[in-house]
Design a binder for this molecule. Structure first.
Ligand SMILES: CC(C)(COP(=O)(O)OP(=O)(O)OC[C@H]1O[C@@H](n2cnc3c(N)ncnc32)[C@H](O)[C@@H]1OP(=O)(O)O)[C@@H](O)C(=O)NCCC(=O)NCCS
Length: 115
């Protein structure tokens, strides 16, 4: 999952399609990198829903997201809306599995130096 964050268009330039271009660029880049989910914490629900983002419960977001919130004055009263876009055309990558250790294998321990 990757986050679309710090998205802002100058007041004078809003409504000209710049915000949309930036979000579409992020979506294209996510596809290029094989990232299947994009999230945003925002007040602009209608804007993000145009791209297919849907509102989700904040508790469903990875804990790492909240590391940014520690210093935020709104930390305990966050009123941002959590939204997620799932790119269903991006393949799901299985995390590599460690090869299981065979039973009865002893782990060599180096002898301590006498010095
Ligand atoms: C949200 C923001 C980035 C949109 O940028 P923008 O360049 O004005 O957006 P666009 O011109 O690409 O607008 C795209 C569409 O969204 C709509 N839209 C834009 N801002 C909107 C808003 N605040 N609420 C609802 N719809 C909005 C536009 O009407 C347009 O609709 P259309 O495609 O049907 O014509 C800009 O308003 C902004 O900087 N807001 C303050 C910062 C912010 O809240 N960022 C999001 C935090 S993650």
């Amino acid at each position: 999952m990757a986050e679309v964050r710090s998205l802002a268009v100058d007041h004078e330039q809003r409504g000209k399609g710049i915000g949309s271009q930036l979000v579409r660029w992020c979506i294209d880049d996510a596809r290029r990198l094989g990232i299947r989910k994009l999230m945003s914490l925002t007040y602009e629900e209608r804007f993000f829903s145009k791209f297919g983002f849907v509102v989700v419960n904040k508790d469903t977001l990875p804990l790492k997201v909240w590391s940014d919130c520690v210093r935020c004055p709104k930390n305990l009263a966050c009123d941002e809306i959590a939204m997620v876009l799932e790119l269903t055309d991006v393949p799901i990558i299985q995390a590599p599995q460690a090869i299981p250790t065979p039973r009865g294998v002893s782990i060599p321990v180096l002898p301590e130096d006498d010095d």
